[in-house]
Each structure stands twice: as C-alpha cells, then as structure tokens.
Design a protein around this ligand. Structure first.
Ligand code: AMP
Length: 290
C-alpha cells in the first residue's frame, strides 16, 4: 500500500492505477479506523482493482464548538490496520493546508445539496453537509474513482451524496454498506472512544429503541407518533442519554412522515448526546405490505 500526502501525487497514482489496474474505488474516511471502516474497504475490494482509502479530518464539516480539534488522529495505527487487512492499494492522507492551500476559511467554492440537508443532523449542524459534499467532490476530482463506498451509519450523508452525484451527473457509482455494530448493538464509531465506562454501558439504548420501533412496524403500527414515544421512553431509560432528535422520515426524500404507507422505505434515525459525545444511529426498513 502506497501512502500519499500530496494532491499531485495522489492524482498521479490514481491516473496510473486507472491506466494499469482498472477500476478505482474510493473509501473516504476521517481516520481512527475501526471494523466499520474496514468493512467499507472490504466492499471496495470486491468492487474494483485499486482501492484508495482517504483519511482526512475535514475542518469545513465541523461547526463552531464541535470536536474538530479533539477528533482522534491515528494515522500510524490506521496505516497498520489497512496494511494488515491487505486490500487498500493507496492511503491518501493530506494535511489541511494541502487540501485548502489558502486555509479552510478562505475556501470560496462549495457544493451544496439543498433540502435533504435541512432535516435530521442538518437541522442541528448547519453547514456540515456543505463541508461533506465539497470535500467529497474534491476527493472525486483528485482520484476520479469509478466507485465510492460509504456507510449506512451516516444515512443522511449517503442520501445527500447519492443526490449530489445524480444531480451533477458525476461519473461515479455510489455503494452503501450496512452498519457494523458491537455485540451489544452499539454502532461502531470513531467517537465511541470519547465515552466513559458508564456512558458506554448505556449507549446500546439507541439501537434498542430503533429495534423496538421496527418490531412495532412489523406488527402493523403505521402511525409515527407511538413509534417516537416508545423510542423516547427507551432512550430516556438511560439516565446519561440526552436525545437530540428521534425521527421517522422517508428514506429517499428524508421528509418527515406522520403515517407510514405499506411498501414505503422509511428511515428511523436518532441522535443522542452522552455528555459531550454525540452518537447517531438509524435503521432503514420497508413497511410491510397490507
Ligand atoms: P467517518 O470516518 O466517521 O467519517 O466515516 C467514514 C465512512 O465510514 C462513512 O461512510 C461512514 O458512514 C462509514 N462508517 C463509519 N462507521 C461505520 C459503521 N459502524 N458501519 C458502517 N460504516 C461506517
């Protein structure tokens, strides 16, 4: 696996991989890699020939007061995990000044997906998805991938990226990968390491709440309110949990719904604070036919 830190070197390596190896697959990450990321890399290996993993903690997707400075940076450990897995062919780890030579705050161009970015996390993290779509577009421009792989863990991000690619006719196929979880149901996240032991012990309530709502839908519940009430009860049973949102939306438009339609694809999504740590989780499901 080749480590590249400059845009020019990455561009050159990706061009050469395209010419000699065939299909280029990109896996964008912010590093502090875990088994969830490695699952994306595994999928990337199945999708193509050259697998580029990017590790870049992108300042423009962090808001004021968010954890940009504290975000874990473990490039050496990330490199070792990828080497041991043996699938990635290129690791792209640029510095902030390499990606934003004038400084991130001086960037004057951004890619904005409208509407889908105003619900769920977007309602609480203004500008976050603009930072994501802009940096992903930059990574696409640098590596020109045939395929890019994203996790369903960030379901809104996946929907936004799919929409961006469709709207802008970007020549890349987006592949989504199911959420990888700990044995107690907690979705793997680089932010889980912020949790105290006590918080960690209570964190599985996110997935418990989602699963309970899925069971209610499978038993025929079509009204959203009782689903949200039940999820809130379960999350509130954890004394350290502070829910930010508990939402049921159409899986494609991300519009909030009051009532589920048989056959509809819906997304149950939650964001919950444990102290300073914000965890998100979701389940996508098809409402059973009548
Ligand atoms: P991040 O480094 O957190 O920005 O995540 C990079 C990519 O890995 C995103 O596409 C995430 O959705 C995906 N990802 C993170 N955690 C998981 C997980 N537990 N299961 C599946 N994909 C994940």
């Amino acid at each position: 696996m080749e480590l590249l830190t400059s845009v020019a070197a990455m561009r050159h390596a990706a061009e050469s991989a395209r010419a000699h190896r065939g299909r280029v697959v990109l896996v964008p990450t912010m590093g502090a890699l875990h088994a969830g990321h490695l699952k994306l890399v595994e999928e990337a290996g199945a999708q193509g020939d050259a697998v580029v993993v990017s590790v870049f903690v992108n300042p423009t997707q962090f808001g004021e007061g968010e954890d940009f400075d504290a975000y874990p940076r473990k490039l050496e450990a990330d490199r070792k995990l990828l080497e041991d897995q043996g699938i990635a062919t290129h690791l792209f780890a640029p510095t902030v000044s390499e990606m934003y030579p004038d400084g991130a705050a001086a960037q004057r161009t951004s890619v904005v997906v409208e509407k889908l970015t105003t619900t769920l996390c977007g309602a609480y993290r203004p500008g976050h998805f603009d930072g994501v779509t802009t940096v992903v577009t930059m990574l696409f421009e640098i590596t020109k991938p045939h395929v890019a792989v994203f996790g369903q863990k960030d379901a809104q991000q996946l929907a936004v990226i799919r929409r961006m690619v469709r709207d802008l006719h970007m020549p890349v196929t987006i592949v989504g990968v199911p959420i990888v979880r700990e044995s107690d149901g907690l979705a793997l996240s680089s932010r889980n390491q912020y949790l105290s032991d006590e918080e960690r012990a209570q964190a599985p309530v996110l997935y418990e709440a989602l699963q309970e709502a899925v069971a209610m839908v499978e038993e025929g519940e079509l009204l959203v309110e009782p689903l949200v009430v039940r999820m809130r009860e379960i999350i509130d049973s954890a004394p350290l949990a502070e829910p930010q949102y508990i939402s049921v939306v159409d899986a494609d438009s991300l519009d909030a719904v009051d009532q589920l339609n048989p056959g509809q694809q819906v997304l149950l999504a939650v964001a919950v604070y444990f102290g300073e740590t914000r965890l998100i989780d979701n389940v996508r499901l098809t409402v059973p036919p009548e």
